[in-house]
Design a protein. Structure first.
Length: 94
């Protein structure tokens, strides 16, 4: 029997299209343009648009940056939870 290989990308990004909705929803709720988020992530507007439209895989680092920017969790962005409030972050050691 052959098993189809599935990536984490497919698991997170094909789940009801939630990721697209959450990225766009978070951005639009704050009246922010794609170009502004793209500058924050240090990428092109077209790249960010592809993240929202699920035609390009977003990096873990960019997900972390977006969760900090929007003050939510990566899980919320990915649609793994409906709780928008972020988890308590670890304290940074000096």
């Amino acid at each position: 029997m052959r098993y189809k290989s599935i990536s984490l990308f497919e698991i997170f990004y094909n789940k009801k299209g939630v990721n697209e909705m959450r990225l766009k929803e978070l951005r639009e709720d704050r009246d922010i343009k794609q170009i502004e988020i793209a500058k924050y992530l240090n990428c092109k507007q077209n790249t960010y648009s592809q993240y929202e439209n699920e035609t390009r895989q977003i990096s873990i680092e960019d997900l972390k940056k977006l969760s900090e920017f929007y003050e939510t969790s990566v899980d919320y962005i990915l649609g793994l939870t409906d709780e928008i409030k972020p988890y308590k972050r670890k304290e940074q050691k000096s």
